[in-house]
Design a protein around this ligand. Structure first.
Ligand code: NAD
Length: 512
């Protein structure tokens, strides 16, 4: 068993020490969670919703102290904590308060004429005990949204926060305890992924919902395959922003700055590659360099700063590596480009003259970097946008709606915002997830409940007849009737359809 020392990355203040869980402790937790799931799966949707409401009320009543806790854990500003962490969780709960009953209620489904006399339904049932593994960059949202979804779908949850966000994990555990949430439904497990990851999978959860890097996602998928555990993966991104010459330039400049720097660039759908059409490129870059000077960076105690510091030394090293690789290959840093002293505050950075041979345009940078490249026409920019192993989100900026839609369809990605950035996940009605190496699966909205459900197909028959026509015995005359019936049933000609009717009627009435 090892320990995790929790430190405020902005001030260096130690926040506490947490013991990590042992192999046996985790397997025992699975056993208890499985036992609990046998009763929890029988609760009504309203009972589950009532448990979730306890969390909502607690968050609303303790909003400021939660904001302070999240800021202290990760060095994010108070506004970032409020907008990126608290709001999406409350919005998710509000959405499900309104919609969970309709989404999870049994659905009557059409039954084709060939199955006359039967009725068809879909039931949404819990999977059992699910494992949720979360990253550090938005630990509150990226943990609570899947946890809430899994619980509403009737599952018990084993949840592991990132070791870098252990303090946020403990904060959430406190919320569950102090709000009076039913004990045993959600179990908080602490530890480093590299140390306890294998045990979490050996516990054989009924599903793994993983949010984190593409590299770890692949490891989890491979290990889960041994037990055939279904896996949803919400992974990394390298989102393109495409600015055409007819875009509202002022708005696009403001978005480029906000969308690249928000949460110090540590957002999966951050604007990591900005492509600007050549006729407006110089003006766009000039305005970005001017406006970025107004971005206020610091340790935020009053809500007055725009961005804070980076969450870890490791993350700073990635940003430094990408910038130095780009500069070596000919890119120019126009602003920032370094950390302040020995702190984790990395200056907002503007870099140009980049190209796709550089790590900064190929790998996830996850830092406060505004990275811009020129393009000539639509065909070229679509090719550039798609020249990536990632496909999480994208944004398209133009006043021409048809062009915006055409480009949105041409980009291979999980979501697109037109004349906006980082917006798709803000509408909880919309599905959220990536394609290519950005992930597998969708959540949010109805998808968030279905991903944690056994979607069961049911056919009901009154059961009065001794047997169905497709059962034994098969005979030559019965075969002929099936043949004529199927030919007519699937024919596109009306005469052929009518011709098959007598055979069909005979089959229906047949007692064998
Ligand atoms: P990470 O992959 O290093 O860690 C994510 C989680 O996995 C942590 O809890 C970690 O402890 C755990 N883990 C690590 N190795 C494991 C293993 N072998 N088995 C089981 N669990 C293991 O990612 P990170 O650095 O915490 O997060 C940043 C990444 O997450 C970025 O790539 C970012 O784009 C991505 N992300 C994606 C989304 C999305 O919605 N698509 C959202 C936020 C972050």
């Amino acid at each position: 068993m090892s320990e995790i020392v929790m430190v405020n990355p902005a001030t260096g203040e130690e926040l506490g020490v947490k013991k990590t869980w042992s192999h046996q402790h985790i397997l025992d937790a699975y056993e208890k969670a499985r036992e609990k799931s046998l009763t929890f799966r029988k609760t009504t949707i309203e009972q589950r919703m009532e448990e979730i409401r306890k969390i909502k009320r607690y968050i609303v009543d303790h909003m400021e102290s939660i904001v302070e806790g999240l800021s202290a854990d990760l060095g994010k500003t108070k506004s970032e904590a409020l907008l990126m962490e608290i709001f999406p969780v409350l919005d998710c709960i509000k959405y499900y308060e309104r919609n969970v009953a309709a989404i999870l209620s049994d659905k009557k489904i059409k039954t084709p004429i060939a199955l006359m006399g039967k009725k068809s339904y879909v039931f949404y049932e819990p999977l059992g005990t699910v494992l949720i593994v979360a990253p550090w960059n938005a630990p509150f949202t990226l943990s609570l949204v899947p946890i809430v979804s899994a619980v509403l779908a009737g599952n018990t949850v084993i949840y592991k926060p990132s070791e870098i966000a252990t303090y946020s994990g403990m904060l959430m555990e406190k919320i569950f305890k102090e709000s009076g949430f039913e004990p045993g439904v959600v179990t908080f497990v602490y530890g480093k992924g590299s140390e306890i990851g294998d045990t979490l999978i050996e516990g054989k959860p009924d599903k793994i919902f993983f949010t984190g890097s593409t590299a770890t996602g692949k490891v989890i998928l491979e290990k889960a395959a041994k037990y055939l555990i279904p896996v949803e993966l919400e992974l990394g991104g390298k989102d393109p922003m495409i600015v055409f010459e007819d875009a509202n330039l002022e708005r696009a400049v403001n978005a480029a700055i906000w969308g690249s720097l928000f949460n110090c660039g540590q957002v999966c759908v951050s604007l990591e590659r900005i492509y600007v059409q050549e006729s407006v490129y110089d003006e766009f870059v000039k305005r970005v360099v001017e406006n970025v000077k107004n971005v206020k960076q610091g340790w935020d105690t009053k809500g007055e700063f725009d961005i804070g510091c980076m969450a870890s030394e490791d993350q700073i090293k990635i940003v430094e590596d990408h910038l130095s690789d780009a500069v070596k290959k000919g890119a120019k840093i126009l602003s920032g480009g370094k950390r302040k002293g020995k702190t984790l505050f990395f200056e907002p950075t503007v870099i140009v003259d980049v190209n796709h041979s550089m790590k900064i345009m190929r790998e996830e940078t996850f830092g406060p970097v505004i990275c811009m490249m020129k393009f000539t026409d639509e065909a070229e920019v679509v090719r550039l946008a798609n020249d990536s192993m990632y496909g999480l989100n994208a944004s398209v900026w133009t006043k021409n709606r048809d062009k915006a839609l055409q480009v949105s369809r041409a980009i291979i990605t999980g979501g697109v915002s037109i004349n906006n950035a980082l917006m798709v996940q803000a509408n909880f009605n919309l599905p959220y997830g990536g394609v290519k190496q950005s992930g597998i699966g969708r959540y949010h909205g109805p998808y968030g409940l279905y991903t944690f459900s056994n979607i069961k197909a049911v056919i009901i028959e009154k059961g009065k007849k001794p047997k169905d026509i497709n059962w034994y015995p098969f005979r030559a005359d019965k075969y002929e009737r099936f043949l004529t019936t199927f030919k007519s049933l699937f024919s596109e000609k009306t005469t052929a359809k009518l011709k098959g009717l007598p055979s069909m009627m005979k089959l229906m009435r047949s007692k064998e």
